[in-house]
Design a protein around this ligand. Structure first.
Ligand SMILES: Nc1ncnc2c1ncn2[C@@H]1O[C@H](COP(=O)(O)OP(=O)(O)OP(=O)(O)O)[C@@H](O)[C@H]1O
Length: 247
């Protein structure tokens, strides 16, 4: 596993408040990583920094085989590099079918050359079937997306991101609002997706994180408090004091 993303000594303040404080995190390729931590720990800001929405005051964020800096790039340039982000609320086109949503995502390639190579033919159709299978919606391709359950909409949106073939997928609280069965399918989906790319999941639900069965980073006050297996971090006294003990 080689390093894909390196956040090194990053800090950012909002009106004098240090939301991210000398944060260093490395993400490998491929890798599945869970990021947990109490409210206000800086999880969202961490993702905002990676995607270019928030620019840090100091530190480095380097990416890919050539260690290029993401800091001078716009949000769309970063997306073109292959960083996809799934926000908490699903944003699929409800009036369109599942197939149409996936087709739109395929037609909207992230790379400048993809448009030249993409053929709107059998290849596209086969890719749609493939993604539908991966997200468990093979039987729902002709359904209007608005008719899907909350969990299915989340999977569709993950599928739309997978259509862009990201190297790093950031997923914000996927378990929220899902049934137990949907959560189980979602962990399977994320684990599969992370076999060939980096997937970073921010999540509060500990059962969900346990099922992900991956390395966990605990954030607190904008820094890494602990890192390792879920068993390792949940046995850590400071983690219990500032996070787990609060529940
Ligand atoms: N744009 C902003 N302006 C001012 N303060 C901000 C801004 N964005 C974040 N903060 C503050 O930075 C801290 C970290 O926020 P962040 O949303 O990253 O935490 P979080 O770990 O995602 O929390 P939650 O689990 O509640 O989503 C919080 O105290 C928040 O109020």
């Amino acid at each position: 596993m080689s390093t894909l993303l390196e956040v090194d000594g990053v800090s950012v303040s909002f009106d004098g408040f240090r939301a991210i404080n000398n944060l260093s995190i490395q993400i490998g390729e491929p890798e599945l990583r869970a990021v947990i931590g109490p409210n206000g720990a800086g999880k969202t800001t961490f993702m905002d920094i990676i995607t270019g929405k928030t620019k840090p005051d100091s530190g480095r964020v380097t990416w890919g085989d050539r260690n290029i800096s993401l800091l001078g790039m716009s949000e769309s340039e970063i997306a073109m590099e292959g960083i996809g982000r799934k926000f908490q609320k699903p944003t699929v086109f409800e009036d369109q079918t599942v197939r149409e949503n996936l087709a739109m995502a395929l037609r909207n390639p992230r790379g400048p050359f993809a448009v030249l190579f993409y053929k709107k033919t059998l290849e596209g159709a086969a890719r749609i079937e493939e993604i539908a299978e991966e997200i468990g919606l093979s039987d729902s391709l002709t359904r209007k997306s608005g008719e899907l359950s909350h969990g299915q909409k989340q999977w569709l949106e993950i599928g739309m991101l997978l259509a862009q073939d990201p190297r790093l997928l950031l997923v914000d609280e996927p378990a929220a609002g899902m049934t137990t069965a949907e959560r189980e399918l979602t962990t399977d989906l994320l684990k599969r997706a992370a076999k060939t790319r980096a997937v970073v999941v921010v999540e509060h639900d500990m059962e969900f994180v346990r099922r992900l069965d991956c390395k966990v980073t605990v954030l607190h006050e904008g820094s890494v408090l602990a890192e390792g297996s879920l068993d390792h971090v949940t046995a850590d006294k400071t983690v219990i004091d500032v996070y787990l003990g609060r529940a």
